[in-house]
Write a protein that binds this ligand. Structure first.
Ligand SMILES: NC(=O)c1ccc[n+]([C@@H]2O[C@H](COP(=O)([O-])OP(=O)(O)OC[C@H]3O[C@@H](n4cnc5c(N)ncnc54)[C@H](O)[C@@H]3O)[C@@H](O)[C@H]2O)c1
Length: 392
């Protein structure tokens, strides 16, 4: 039988929102989306300034006719085309994620949004409701949980290989705020990042904490129930939050520790996740994302690699090159795009959509609830329950 993509008959059409020439994450989305042939990026809106946006799209090599000045122009023009766009990928400054996503959903488009999905939990709940009302798909760009070995970690936990979960430890350490960038010459990027109204409730959580929390929950297969957090600015006089450490309790009772900072001089995108059960532990580091250490009590430690032949077809398919050939974040991002496309195509063809673990708007809403709970815990000095999505 022919594959989904072949039966659907064409690549899906994607527009970028954000991702102008100077944005590295823009090229990451663009190339990851197109990597496996499921999507074709047709154009987008690349700046908040309409003239600059049109110019940027053309400079990036897109059709000038589809290099739009605003999202409203894009929606209106694409609606009237026979080959109109199917989805948008949002990688604009954080404060624009919510209005862009809401407008795209209301226009009947699927959405892949970068993190943090919104400014707060209430906005995220609103996007959950809109996504469901419009029967649309909504993915979030948590690339780190889309590595094949993170997918395998989740599978091992789910199958009970570690036994009953006891502890999850996650850390994400960077150095981008290790010096007073507030005093450096400001560019557009720094201006929005250093403004809490634009970057979010807590800068370090918008930037990397959301990835760390998602990774922990993804591998454990559970949300956070309660949290007790230390939230602060490491550098004297700093107005934005650059450090959060927290103890947490997962639903079902396992404990957790969480440390994220961008003020660690010498740090370099260091992500580490350890999951401990009563039979053994999993250890994953972003320095070697294609490997996963599994240590079961009383047995030799195993290092499992992407592409190992005993892995399930779904895990194997999340990698593209044989073991020993490096793959990275681009391929992980591409996994999210592939799964989003497969679900969209399956729906259109009347197939039962494949079960795929890409992060969805409900996960984004949980992240926003987690961030709010950390801040509430800092204020109260104690444990705080993490809000749950209202029953739909
Ligand atoms: N998932 C990840 O691993 C990851 C990594 C880096 C950044 N991000 C996210 O990507 C987003 C952008 O971050 P960045 O570092 O690229 O920022 P940036 O400031 O470098 O780039 C933002 C881009 O958006 C454009 N833009 C601004 N306002 C716009 C609007 N209203 N409409 C259309 N385009 C607009 C700008 O011209 C620019 O090209 C943020 O939300 C950030 O959290 C995610």
């Amino acid at each position: 039988m022919k594959g989904l993509r072949e039966r659907f008959g064409r690549p899906l059409r994607l527009a970028l929102l954000g991702g102008g020439p100077s944005s590295w994450i823009g090229r990451m989305h663009q190339t990851a989306a197109e990597l496996d042939g499921y999507w074709r990026v047709i154009g987008g809106v690349f700046s908040s300034d309409p003239a600059r946006s049109r110019q940027a799209g053309t400079a990036l090599g897109f059709d000038p006719g589809r290099s739009y000045g605003t999202l409203a122009d894009l929606i209106a023009a694409e609606k009237s085309r026979e080959d109109g766009v199917d989805a948008v990928a949002i990688m604009t400054p954080n404060d624009t994620h919510y209005p862009c996503a809401a407008a795209a959903l209301d226009a009947g488009l699927d959405v892949l949004c970068d993190k943090p999905v919104t400014h707060d939990f209430a906005q995220a709940c609103d996007l959950v409701a809109r996504t469901r009302k419009q029967a649309r798909l909504f993915a979030i760009a948590h690339g780190y949980s889309a590595y094949p070995m993170m997918r395998y970690a989740r599978e091992l936990v789910r199958e009970g290989a570690l036994g009953a979960l006891r502890l999850v430890q996650v850390e994400y350490i960077q150095s981008g705020l290790a010096t007073r960038i507030e005093d450096a010459p400001q560019n557009n990027r720094l201006r929005w990042i250093l403004d809490p109204r634009r970057s979010g409730l807590a800068l370090v959580m918008s930037a990397i904490g959301c990835h760390a929390q998602h990774l922990a929950c993804f591998a454990a297969g559970r949300n956070v129930a309660r949290v007790c957090a230390d939230v602060r600015a490491m550098l004297p006089g700093r107005q934005v939050i650059d450090y959060v450490s927290a103890l947490f309790e997962l639903e079902g009772g396992a404990r957790g520790t969480f440390t994220v900072t961008q003020a660690a001089a010498g740090g370099e995108n260091d992500i580490r996740l350890r999951v401990y059960g009563d039979k053994g532990l999993l250890d994953w580091s972003h320095r070697e994302p294609s490997y996963l250490k599994l240590a079961l009590q009383g047995e030799p430690v195993r290092v499992i690699g992407r592409g190992d032949p005993f892995l399930s077809p779904a895990i194997i398919a999340a990698g593209r090159a044989p073991r020993g050939h490096p793959e990275g974040l681009r391929e992980a991002f591409a996994n999210i795009y592939v799964e989003l496309a497969q679900e969209r195509m399956a729906r259109a063809l009347g197939d039962v959509p494949p079960e795929s673990p890409y992060p969805r708007i409900e996960d984004g809403a949980h992240t926003m609830a987690f961030i709010e709970a950390c801040l509430a815990s800092q204020r109260s000095g104690g444990w705080v329950d993490v809000a749950r999505l209202p029953a739909s």
